[in-house]
Every structure is written in C-alpha cells, then in structure tokens.
Design a protein around this ligand. Sequence first.
Ligand SMILES: O=C(O)CCC(=O)C(=O)O
Ligand SMILES: [Fe+2]
Length: 369
Amino acid sequence: MPTSVLDIPTWQRPAPTTEKLDTVQLACIDLAKWPDRKEELVEDLRHAVTDVGFWAIENTGITDDEVVRQMSIGSAFLDLPLDEKRKHPCNFAEGKFFGYREGVRIMGDSGVVDNSEALCLPKVTASLAQEWPVEYDWLQPFKPEIEAFQCKVHERILDPLLRLFALLLELPEEYFSAPHAWHRPSEDHLRYMRYTPNSREVDEQLKDKQYLNGHTDFGLVTLLFAQVVQGLQILTADNEWKHVPFIPDSIVVNTADILSFATAGYLKSTIHRVVRPPEDQARVRRMGLFYFSRAAWDFPAGVVAPSPVLERLGLYKPDEQPVEPVSGLEFTRARVKHSWDRPVYADDEFKRGFSVGGLAVKTDYEAAS
Ligand SMILES: O=C(O)CCC(=O)C(=O)O
Ligand SMILES: [Fe+2]
C-alpha cells in the first residue's frame, strides 16, 4: 500500500469521566439558526454572555472527523523530539504566541514545572506569511488542510459570532467582523495543546491542583473544541469554581479582553483555569484544540464601541474615548509578554497588571475568599 507523510496515527478520544462533577449549566447557541433566525440568535447570545460568559455552540458545521484529524496532527507534532519542536519557539520576549510553547515555567510558588505544551499556528493567509513557522519541515505537508480548517472555523463560527455581538450592541453588523475578516492580519491562532499527567504527589504541591492559573483570554472570543478530559473550570458570578461539562460535538466559547474593553465591561472577560482531571482521567494525556481570536493588528483596543445599548447603560461616553488608542497589535504583544515572558506563572509582578498606551490591564484573577 502506498504510504504518505500525511498518514499519521489517528488520535483516540479518551473515555468520559464517570465521576459526578460540580458543573456549570452552559447556555447554548444553535448555529443552525444562522443566518435565517438572527434575531432569535441575538437573544440567545444576550442570555449566554450576560449569564456566565461561557456557552456551547451546537450545529457548528465542523464534523467530528475534522476535529479528530486536527487532534491527530497536533498530537503527532507534539510527539516529535524536543529538538525538532524547539526550532520555532514562541518568542515571548517580543510578545509573540506563534510556534511551540514548551512546558518550562514554574507554577506559582509550588516549584512544580508546567505540564502543558502547545503548538500555535497563525492564520495561513498572505498577510501573515512571514509568521508561519517554516522551520518545521514535518508540518509543511499539512499546511493546506490546516488552512482549510482554520478558514472554515473563522467563516462558519467566528464571523457569525462577531456579527451577532455587533447586532446585540445595536451596531452595524460588520462593526467587529469587517476589521477581523479572514485575510486581515491579527495574532489569531489555532492552538494544539497537551497536558501530560502528573502523579498525585506532584499535584498535591500545586495550589488547588491547578495546571493553568485563573486567567482571562486576550482576544475577542476563544473557541474550545469539545474537551472530553475534564479540568476546565470557570469562576462564576457567585465566586465559585465550576467545571465546564463535556458536550460532544460542541464548541465551548468564552468572551475575552478585547470584547470586554469594547463594551466597557458589559461583556465580561471570563475567568477560567485548568485543574487536575478526575481520578479516572488523571492518567491520560489531555489533548486540546482551540481557535484563539485576537484583535486585528489595526483594531483600536480600549475604545468603547459607539453602541446605543452601551450609551443607554451609561457605559459609552463619547468624550472619554482615547484619542490615540493602542493598536490591537501593540496590546496583544504587550499582553502576551506580560503573561508569558516570565519564569514563574502568576508571580506577584504578573498580578500587579500593566498598562499599555494608556490602557490599564488587570491581571489578578484569584477568587475572593
Ligand atoms: O486547556 C483548557 O481547557 C483551557 C486552556 C486555556 O484556557 C488557555 O490556553 O487559555
Ligand atoms: Fe484560557
């Protein structure tokens, strides 16, 4: 039988947990309603974003085979020798999240090393050609299908969501979607992320057995393909950490910093974290697939959208808008640098937050006790 470099082992989805977890009830956005039943979707989204800030999309138009194929590509890449993966490391000193992120940082004051690693790939577009990690010979044959997948996710999921956000705010439908069109440069990326199990003894040393500290994401929204291995938790309005349930074939979405700035906090940037999975899943590798949307390079971060909804709520004040707003590029690079260009996660300096181009960014996400 002819063999091809594209023949890689098929990623096998681990079994769901049988443990009863304290989960959050996620709102649901049914994209089968797009575009004919837009008004209904806007109301569904209003409920989703104002309640928890995390919700599940159903009828995504992305098949399970497509997701499994991406998981297989990601797993096979992360199985490569470390020397190979290190050929294009994320350049955190410059605030760039493209390439390979090795699990090297220390988790808080535990002394435990991060057990996760990731490959982050920019949109395969002409405007970002210089960002693609050409050093990975292994990856190049997969580039066309990665491009097709990214583009499908962008067009079928992200683009309608950005339009719905604009409609929800009574803005022109393209207010967010036009600057974030597929071909336009941004730090968006497809992320393949894998957590390697720790022993129970190691996890006992981690505060709350956290694999990823509480944080918000840096862009507009993050799309999380259904994750069978539990561990993701969100901080609810009642200040409680609750598990995000596994919903087969769904995409879980959370709102992130840029939408929060653009709405003066009306849309909350959801605080979430990852903890040790339940015991019946604590010995399997936790492979994840995500699409992180980021502000377009030229999108004015920190500007509140001129939305009638926000105006009625007293959140949009025309006279108080920054005259020279920080660009999406400058904000995103500063945000990544602040979070990731440090040897210890969530140290005190991280928690003090930072400011860029007059925009103050809060980064202390501990639950109030
Ligand atoms: O692994 C997960 O489920 C979530 C990861 C996450 O929140 C992130 O990478 O920003
Ligand atoms: Fe996150």
